[in-house]
Design a protein around this ligand. Structure first.
Ligand code: CA2
Length: 147
């Protein structure tokens, strides 16, 4: 598919970015993340659609809705990373390559954050690079799309 568009998905609690826990997640806001992602993609000729929700089903519906309309997905699933078979099934079900991003270094945190339901099916993983990780994920994902 030659659609030059990506879906950016941010999961539960990421709307709180920049308001609390700056020592873990930095001071940038969700709007900053969405702008950085859009600008990085635009420089490579791609548009970005962005969604954030605190509800698993809303995220799954958003992923289903871009089938045929986006070439790939950049996702920070938040805590659903460590719990959700359903989110994994949605991502594999739509058959688009996706990049998994984590702002913090999950491997330096509690052991329950070390496992990801997406790690073995993600085309790209960027962990612990702050919000710059979203830009890196966009560049790596687009490179894999090969257009
Ligand atoms: O490091 C990441 O990006 C995470 O995906 C963030 C999730 C966490 O459950 C994952 O283990 C790692 C949590 C997102 C919550 O974001 C907040 C931001 C500011 C204040 C409070 C929460």
């Amino acid at each position: 598919m030659s659609t030059r568009r990506l879906l950016l998905v941010n999961g539960p609690n990421l709307n709180l970015l920049g308001t609390r826990e700056p020592e873990v997640y930095g001071t940038a806001t969700l709007a900053d993340v969405e702008q950085l992602t859009a600008e990085t993609a635009a420089a490579l000729g791609y548009e970005v659609r962005a969604v954030q929700s605190n509800h698993e089903g809303v995220l799954i519906d958003a992923i289903h809705s871009v089938r045929g309309d986006c070439a790939g997905i950049v996702i920070n699933p938040g805590g659903l990373t460590h719990t959700s078979v359903s989110l994994r099934d949605a991502l594999t079900g739509v058959g688009m390559p996706f990049a998994e991003v984590h702002i913090s270094d999950v491997y330096a945190r509690e052991s329950f954050r070390h496992f990801s339901y997406l790690e073995d099916v993600a085309a790209v993983r960027v962990v612990g690079k702050g919000i710059d990780g979203y830009a890196e994920a966009v560049r790596e994902l687009i490179a894999q799309l090969g257009e």
